[in-house]
Unconditional design. Structure first.
Lengths: 185, 727
């Protein structure tokens, strides 16, 4: 995020803190990414809608108490999201097959390698699903949402070091399954 | 795969294999998940309602407060508190120069604003009242009054209400200034659209999960062993159920519960109770028997072959077999109709309650037989023969495979899933493994009555009780009172609303489902576009007027307007006149004809936004306040010969009223609004407006639904299988 974008966001946030009716602009900016993140975790549309509603309602109520820590506003929303999902996750089991969800089309490799790579990608996210919840969240925020470690730390309520450790453990765990992941020779 | 490197992870992913896995994770991007735009919008609305103030059960404070007879300021008080709290909050903040003027309104960007409320405009600081009021501009031309409460301005039309179906633009111009003299930097416009005069007829709601709404609870009547065909017959007074139980015993039980009585010990099938309720016919051992309740005697009737269907029509007993339909007479059976080309699989399944038609299966297909003429029509393909589901109580429609068809096999309506039973009050119960729902035959009024298992429900003749199967038992319950039937106009308007909504979302397939063959042709080449061009900016629609056509039964004419524009601004409208027809009053309306008028530019003078036609009075509502002197002579109603009818029009509150009329039902009249009609700013109507109206007749809500005096017989037992040979 550029300084200009950051300043623009800060101004919007300040307006929304003063006047909750201004929250609509923040909602418009961040709805898609929060919904996408929630859906990636619960993978069921109705549940994703419920959780997303809860997140933005909580955010609206909490706006007056929001403290700008220098991190993007989205990191704060992700923090609410992570907690909301944790609350719900015990009762929401993923129902949609991963094969239906992940877009495995990747530009780059020659066509004769594509099939093997796609199969590998399908399997890697299947394996991610088997990771402990916090490792899973860290990997999604890092590799799918492209968040900075510090922002993930805010979202997850952890230190940057702890987030790195979660990512390291998650990726290492996946490496242990390298036989599964390695493309067929 | 593109190389992936993230400096943040350099110290975490220190070997090539870990980096490769990170690459994989980063490369398999998640596509956008399925998202319902309606959810996104609804959540935003919900958030904004919360932001505007505390609410209960999702109802905005200003809506509750403005519910009649509450006064405008009662609700404004809440807004004032909100604004005041903001001002207090901001006043406690460190001074940071001049505070920017912020303007909000609860109706901003709303699309169905109630007519009986002022337009609230909230400022974030104290304003100078005279300059702010002077800076208010409102379109369409509307005389307004102002009142203040703290920093909230209420703009109230002097005529009382807002105009229906109208886009309003309320602009606070740059002349407005704060109490401290600061001028508004730039104009602020609040845009919203009002609702119709009469709330839009709601399309069929989705059934909602609700608590069990069955009055009186459930009564377990008798065990029904697995594998026994469920063939209940209600007594004429709805007090007793007759059914076939274990080993084919014919039994009876009081509908409110009680002892089960065995009437015939075994081997009974196809029971059919007489309309008077004094006798019951059944098949036993391949023979047709009538049991008379009064003296408990049985009479064996002669049959030519094993009956496969038995029905009473008044006092006449009809029997279906593999080769046709017979009437049992004192002289023996008389053949009424013959099944052509019988084969091993051919047999009459059911005889309609009026005896005019029979359903029969042949070669795994389902057919309908006209008993009088012997003509047959195919109802369904292979396998359909097993899913015959019953008749309309008057025999005018047949149910099979989840559809309602006419007696020539044309599908009239599609039912939601479940086992159907059609009541004498034209309510269809649908029972399934998980719920019981109710719907009208035209597909409207769908509601969920209860959760739970309700297999093969069957209405009692009184249309208030029904029996059903759950587990291995026969149960009975009471149903809620039938919902009031909508008038023909309301039913047609609901169909038009659903049709227009499909067009609005560019759903040509969905929209086509509301058209009959002539309707499809009307929207074909040379007619209006079914899906308006994207560049035209189709934004919304509203029904201007809907009238039953007294010159044709079950016909309603609806004038609907399509509003076009870009961004927030509405620029033009096109009026379409739709003719809707249905064969019977129980059928859904279909659009039979459509004609589009010329495009009318908006914002160029007063525009008609609602018309109410009664036999003696016609009311024409405009979006603008008019100059009263221009109404007489400017709004004219003429008959088909061009002769002006009615008294001199009168004007009040944006509405022109023509009285002294004696409109002839079914005759055509023409309403003309001439360019001499001016709004309060002296602007004339941009172009002459003409609309043909029909002289209203009596409501044809009941239409020509056939009532030939046939006594409704109990419905054929739903779920009755194709008859097995009973030689």
């Amino acid at each position: 995020m550029s300084d200009l974008q950051r300043e623009d966001e800060r101004r919007l946030v300040e307006r929304a803190k003063r006047d909750p009716r201004e929250f609509g602009v923040l909602y418009d900016r961040h709805f898609q990414q929060i919904y996408r993140f929630v859906y990636s975790r619960v993978r069921e549309q109705t549940a994703a809608e419920d959780v997303t509603s809860e997140i933005f309602m909580k955010a609206l109520r909490a706006m007056p108490r929001y403290q700008d820590t220098g991190r993007p506003f989205a990191a704060w929303l992700y923090q609410i999201a992570v907690n909301a999902i944790a609350d719900r996750y015990r009762t929401l089991k993923p129902s949609q097959p991963l094969e239906d969800f992940h877009d495995l089309s990747v530009a780059g490799p020659p066509l004769d390698e594509v099939a093997a790579q796609r199969d590998e990608m399908r399997r890697i996210w299947t394996l991610v699903e088997a990771l402990p919840s916090q490792q899973r969240t860290a990997l999604v925020l890092k590799f799918q949402e492209d968040m900075k470690i510090e922002d993930i730390a805010v979202a997850m309520g952890k230190t940057s070091g702890a987030v790195k450790l979660l990512i390291h453990r998650g990726v290492s765990r996946l490496r242990e399954e390298s036989d599964v992941l390695r493309p067929a020779e | 795969m593109s190389p992936y490197r993230d400096p943040e992870l350099d110290d975490v992913l220190q070997d090539d294999e870990l980096m490769r896995i990170a690459e994989l994770l980063h490369s398999a991007r998640l596509p956008e998940p399925p998202l319902d735009d309606a959810f996104r919008s609804a959540l935003r609305r919900q958030l904004m309602q919360k932001a505007w103030g505390p609410s209960e059960r999702g109802v905005p404070w200003w809506r509750k407060a403005f519910a009649p007879p509450a006064l405008a300021w009662a609700s404004a008080t809440v807004g004032v508190v909100l604004i005041a709290s903001l001002v207090v909050f901001m006043s406690t903040q460190p001074p940071s120069g001049t505070l920017e003027i912020e303007i909000q309104s609860p109706v901003a960007d709303s699309s169905s604003v109630k007519l009986s409320q002022p337009i609230l405009v909230a400022f974030n600081q104290a304003m100078d009242h005279p300059s702010t009021e002077a800076a208010v501009q409102i379109t369409p031309a509307t005389k307004v009054g102002f009142s203040w409460r703290a920093n909230t301005l209420a703009v109230q039309p002097t005529s009382g209400n807002l105009a229906p179906n109208t886009q309003y633009q309320v602009t606070i111009g740059p002349g407005a200034k704060t109490a401290s003299g600061q001028l508004l930097a730039e104009p602020k416009t609040i845009t919203f659209v009002t609702q119709p005069t009469k709330p839009a007829t709601q399309p069929t709601p989705s059934p909602t999960a609700s608590p069990n709404t069955l009055p009186g609870g459930l009564v377990r009547l008798a065990p029904i062993p697995q594998g026994v065909f469920y063939t209940p017959q209600w007594s004429a007074d709805s007090s007793t159920l007759y059914f076939v139980g274990a080993v084919g015993a014919l039994q009876s039980v009081p509908a409110k519960g009680g002892d089960v009585k065995v009437l015939v010990p075994d081997s009974v099938s196809l029971p059919a109770i007489s309309p008077a309720g004094d006798r019951i016919a059944y098949v036993r051992g391949g023979k047709l028997v009538i049991l008379t309740f009064a003296d408990n005697t049985t009479t064996e009737l002669t049959v030519t072959s094993a009956p496969t269907a038995v029905a009473w029509v008044k006092d006449q007993l009809l029997v279906g077999t593999r080769d046709g339909v017979y009437s049992e007479t004192p002289d023996g059976p008389v053949k009424l109709a013959t099944l052509e080309g019988p084969n091993e699989a051919t047999a009459v399944i059911s005889i309609a309650p009026d005896g005019a038609h029979a359903a029969f299966a042949s070669a795994m297909s389902l057919f309908i037989l006209d008993v009088a003429t012997g003509k047959t029509h195919n109802l369904g393909g292979v396998g359909a023969g097993t899913t015959f589901q019953g008749w309309a109580p008057d025999g005018s429609r047949v149910l099979y495979n989840g559809v309602i068809a006419d007696l020539e096999g044309h599908t009239v309506a599609t039912l939601p899933g479940g086992d159907p039973s059609w009541s004498a009050q034209n309510e269809i119960l649908l029972g399934s493994d998980t719920e019981l729902t109710e719907v009208r035959p035209d597909g409207s009024g769908l509601i969920k009555l209860a959760d739970g298992t309700y297999h093969n429900p069957i209405w009692a003749p009184n249309s208030t009780s029904f029996a059903f199967l759950r587990g291995q038992a026969l149960w009975a319950s009471s149903a809620p009172a039938p919902q009031p039937l909508p008038s023909a106009v309301d039913a047609a308007s609901a169909r038009v609303t659903a049709f227009m909504e499909a067009r609005l979302r560019n759903d040509s397939v969905g929209a086509s489902a509301f058209l009959d063959a002539d309707g499809k042709a009307a929207y074909g080449e040379g007619g209006p576009a079914l899906i308006p061009d994207k560049d035209a900016g189709f934004k919304r629609f509203y029904i201007l007027t809907a009238q039953p056509d007294a010159s044709a039964p079950n016909t309603v004419r609806v004038v609907v307007r399509l509003v076009f524009g870009h961004g927030k601004n509405e620029k033009a409208l096109v009026e379409e006149t739709l003719t809707l027809r249905r064969q019977l009053s129980i059928d859904p309306f279909l659009i039979h004809g459509a004609r589009a008028g010329k495009e009318r530019e908006l914002g160029k003078g007063a525009e008609v936004v609602a018309i109410d036609v009664q036999a003696s009075t016609v009311k024409i509502t405009f979006d603008s306040d008019l100059t009263p002197d221009t109404v007489a002579g400017g709004v004219v109603l003429t008959d088909s010969k061009g002769k002006q009818v009615g008294d001199t029009p009168t004007y009040a509150n944006r509405t022109v009223t023509i009285t002294g009329l004696q409109l002839t039902p079914g005759d055509t009249y023409r309403l003309q609004v001439l360019t001499s009609v001016q709004d309060v700013h002296g602007k004339g109507v941009a172009s002459e407006y003409n609309l043909d109206l029909i002289g209203p007749g009596a409501s044809n809500a009941s239409g020509n639904h056939r009532d030939d005096g046939a006594t409704p017989s109990p419905m054929p037992a739903p779920g009755t299988p194709s008859p097995a040979p009973q030689d």
